[in-house]
Design a protein around this ligand. Structure first.
Ligand code: FAD
Length: 365
């Protein structure tokens, strides 16, 4: 079978995971082209800002649920087999408050906080917590083993996995999704384009998906260690504010957050929100500040803001011919790009194989 030239647009967690998956097929010659690469911190590049942990939020029967179910075993395998990837297992505590039902944060975590959650058979050591052990005003509680990825190590690790399988990475800003056709490293035209541009899918000519929009997330990265991961379904400070604490693997520090501000794209840090984030984290997890119990004991590495690539109907993984070129879209991973990444990339791979079968059949006619 002749070599098929593929260009993946985007080097976030979605583009890079897809590069690793597709590179296992030796008949594909792959270039990743992107405006931002691992190592960059930019408001247009969501992936470095993520925690990133695995807290399932997909509704039963949804594509997201399928992707989360498929992704978990792969992330667990990465923790076990690849210490250099910057991923580790963490004991996890999830608390739900009845009063958060219907709020922005409450909706986001609706499936996560259920004591009879669909993932109770997926996640190791899943158990419901006795009411006496719950923080004040919480009505449900579960604990299980999950993972937390150090994005500063994990994204370069994905890139190096792709590179060692022959993928070429290069920088470019594309004016139209089909401009990727002329970005393959051989200079010959690409047969298939993968659109992994995240939030840019709202504005990139040839895609222009008007249902894609940002949801702002603000975080603080600290040196303090919480010992486990903690999340609640909401806060008393605002319906789109959240409290979560997760320690990244391999010295990556602890990410505390956060918020889910639908439609907001302000890149500057809101100092008042930062104070509320730190105060809430210390209240939920006093072991972060064992000496004084106070926010001043937090040792701040940096404050950060990232934009989650939301899509009204959820993640899009579809194939489409744009100006006569096959494009496999893969965007809209919102606040769950890492925890759905492998399942999503395998679905994109299935579509690439479908295109190859269709085109192969046509060639025989
Ligand atoms: P991006 O990372 O934004 O990458 C897009 C890529 O496309 C970039 O390389 C960009 O340069 C490129 N690009 C765009 N336009 C062009 C163009 N015209 N030409 C060339 N290149 C282009 N998810 C989890 O699973 N777990 C978590 O704990 C978690 N926590 C989060 C916390 C915060 C604060 C935020 C903001 C997000 C969090 N997420 C989490 C969500 C996760 O970060 C995103 O879903 C994920 O990063 C999206 O990845 P992506 O590859 O689609 O997009």
């Amino acid at each position: 079978m002749p070599e098929t030239r593929v260009v993946i647009v985007g080097a976030g967690v979605i583009g890079l995971t897809t590069a690793v998956v597709l590179s296992q097929n030796k008949n594909l010659s792959i270039t990743v082209v992107a405006k931002h690469m691992p190592g960059d911190y930019d408001i247009e590049y969501a992936s470095p800002w993520a925690g990133a942990n695995f807290l399932p939020v997909g509704k039963p029967g949804s594509l997201l649920q399928k992707f989360e179910r498929d992704t978990w075993p792969q992330l667990a395998k990465i923790v076990e087999d690849h210490p250099e990837a910057g991923a580790h297992f963490q004991e996890t505590f999830v608390y739900g408050r009845k009063k958060d039902e219907g709020t922005a944060t409450g909706e986001w975590f609706r499936e996560l906080v259920k004591e009879d959650a669909w993932f109770r058979d997926l996640m190791p050591k899943f158990r419901t917590l006795p009411p006496t052990s719950l923080p004040p005003s919480c009505t449900t509680g579960t604990s299980f083993t999950s993972v937390c990825l150090n994005t500063a190590l994990y994204l370069p690790w994905l890139a190096s996995q792709a590179l060692s399988s022959g993928v070429i990475l290069k920088r470019s800003i594309l004016p139209h999704i089909t401009a990727a056709r002329h970005q393959h490293h051989t200079s010959a035209p690409a047969h298939i384009i993968l659109n992994c541009t995240g939030l840019a899918s709202a504005t990139l000519p040839g895609v222009m998906d008007s249902t894609v929009y940002p949801a702002r997330g603000q975080i603080v990265l600290v040196r303090n260690s919480p010992g486990a991961m903690y999340t609640t379904s909401g806060t008393d400070d605002g319906e789109d504010e959240a409290v979560y604490v997760m320690e990244r693997a391999a010295g990556g520090g602890t990410v505390i957050g956060g918020c889910l501000q639908h439609g907001e794209s302000e890149s500057g840090v809101d100092p008042n929100l930062a104070n509320r984030i730190m105060q809430r984290a210390v209240e939920l997890c006093p072991q972060l500040v064992p000496k004084t119990g106070k926010v001043t004991e937090l040792s701040v590495v940096r404050h950060g803001v990232g934009l989650r690539p939301m899509r009204k109907e959820g993640i899009r993984v579809e194939k489409e011919k744009v100006n006569g070129v096959w494009v496999v879209h893969q965007y809209g991973h919102a606040g769950y790009g890492y925890q759905s990444s492998w399942g999503s990339a395998w679905e994109a791979e299935r579509l690439v194989e479908e295109i190859l079968r269709e085109e192969g059949a046509k060639a025989k006619l």
